[in-house]
Design a protein around this ligand. Structure first.
Ligand SMILES: [Zn+2]
Length: 416
């Protein structure tokens, strides 16, 4: 098995131009004594929108690692794959996010279900888990949770074995259940982990659905205290399950759409410090927004293109937002008109888009709309990519600063 380091960070790079600037953020953390393993991820949906191949992610990652002489580990994540989409990712990827959210709630075979419940008598009744209130789960409760999740875990097993057959065991397995409506509770997580162990999946990271909203590119929306307590309970359940079911010792939580969730970083950091647990955070493709910020900051043709993209995005609002409906919340009334934005200075555009919550001109609605508007840049890719080259220094600076100052530093490095 290929081992994933304790702290790892999923980097999205839709147009495959920022791997080096992204890696620089990990270099900065390393210079302060904290190893954060970079993992470049791109989902099938993003590849389809851009028209790119998974091998391009590997090529960009390898090139950045060479150029910056990065000596420690890094990975390429086949993000949110399923049995029908995994094949073209098998060769270039060494990290697989097996997405089984759509299989939650599908009925497992009745015999398999019964045998799961029979086999796991230890889950029934009073259970002491260090660090949290004792769990009380009835046999019916175990059956209910298994009824919800057993089929999904079995599907994860099918996908895992499919990859293993093609690739051997030298890869990292993540299982994701985040793209669903209802968060998994800590007792449910325990049942899920027992089922994962039964399937023999050497899972190293698990992305549950947490309480609250993880909208793309903006801060956490929800009850931070409740998140804090659930996150800590999840950590306790994982530590318990690792020992009880002999799961990989480095199994850790993965926070998807974890970029920009500034208000939960302090509780997460406290929990990691208290428990010594590891963490994977997957960003939400927001490096593309740093490209736009850089273009706008560069002024001239860069700012012109950024404004054009906004105008187009506004004109195709519904169509762009539809596939992301569950992960964005845009208040149309707060979106400035195209005419207004066309009059904006470079500073005004940057001020609206850059995620600085203390900046009075920051506009979370503009940011979410532009987040889903990468399709528009992809449509005029020649011009977009040419401007990325021309404005490279200012874009790279934004990419690195965003990742390091607003993410790696508060999550992993602290005030050192
Ligand atoms: Zn996800």
């Amino acid at each position: 098995m290929l081992l994933l380091g304790k702290y790892s960070f999923g980097l999205g790079d839709r147009f495959a131009h920022q791997a080096k600037a992204q890696l620089r953020a990990c270099v900065k953390a390393a210079e302060r004594g904290v190893e954060v393993v970079p993992v470049w991820n791109k989902s099938n949906r993003e590849h389809l929108t851009i028209g790119s191949e998974p091998s391009s992610v590997r090529a960009a990652a390898d090139a950045a690692v060479r150029e910056l002489n990065w000596q420690t580990s890094y990975h390429v994540d086949a993000d949110h794959i399923r049995l029908e989409t995994v094949d073209r990712f098998v060769l270039p990827s060494d990290f697989f996010t097996i997405d089984v959210a759509d299989y939650i709630g599908r009925p497992a075979d009745a015999l398999a279900l019964k045998s799961f419940v029979d086999r796991h008598g230890e889950l029934v009744g009073h259970m002491e888990i260090p660090g949290i209130e004792p769990l009380e789960i009835s046999r019916a409760g175990v059956a209910r949770t298994a009824g919800q999740y057993l089929f999904a875990v079995q599907e994860a097993g099918r996908i895992y074995r499919h990859i293993e057959k093609a690739k051997g065991t030298r890869f990292i397995t993540e299982i994701s259940m985040d793209e669903t409506d209802r968060p998994q509770t800590p007792p449910e997580l325990l049942v899920i982990l027992a089922a994962i162990a039964d399937e023999g999946i050497p899972v190293q990271t698990l992305a549950p659905k947490f309480t609250g909203r993880f909208n793309k590119g903006v801060d956490y929306v929800g009850d931070v205290a409740q998140f804090d307590s659930e996150f800590n309970a999840d950590l306790a359940v994982i530590a318990f399950a690792v020992a009880r079911y002999r799961l990989p010792a480095n199994l850790k939580l993965s926070v998807h759409s974890g970029s920009d969730k500034f208000s939960i970083y302090a509780p997460i950091r406290r929990a990691l410090a208290r428990t010594g647990a590891g963490l994977h955070v997957k960003t939400a493709g927001t490096t593309w927004l740093e490209e736009l910020i850089g273009l706008a900051e560069a002024g001239g043709a860069g700012l012109g293109l950024a404004k054009e993209i906004y105008t187009e995005a506004l004109a195709h609002l519904d169509e762009l937002c539809a596939p992301y409906a569950a992960v964005i919340d845009i208040d149309g009334a707060k979106l400035p008109s195209a005419e207004t934005v066309n009059r904006w200075s470079s500073g005004q555009f940057v001020g609206a888009l850059r995620h600085d919550p203390t900046c009075p001109t920051f506009n979370a609605d503009v940011r979410q709309l532009l987040h889903v508007a990468y399709k528009i840049a992809a449509k005029q890719s020649e011009r977009y990519l040419r401007l990325l080259q021309e404005c490279e220094p200012v874009i790279a600076k934004n990419v690195t600063e965003n990742l390091y100052d607003r993410h790696l530093k508060p999550l992993f490095v602290g005030a050192r």
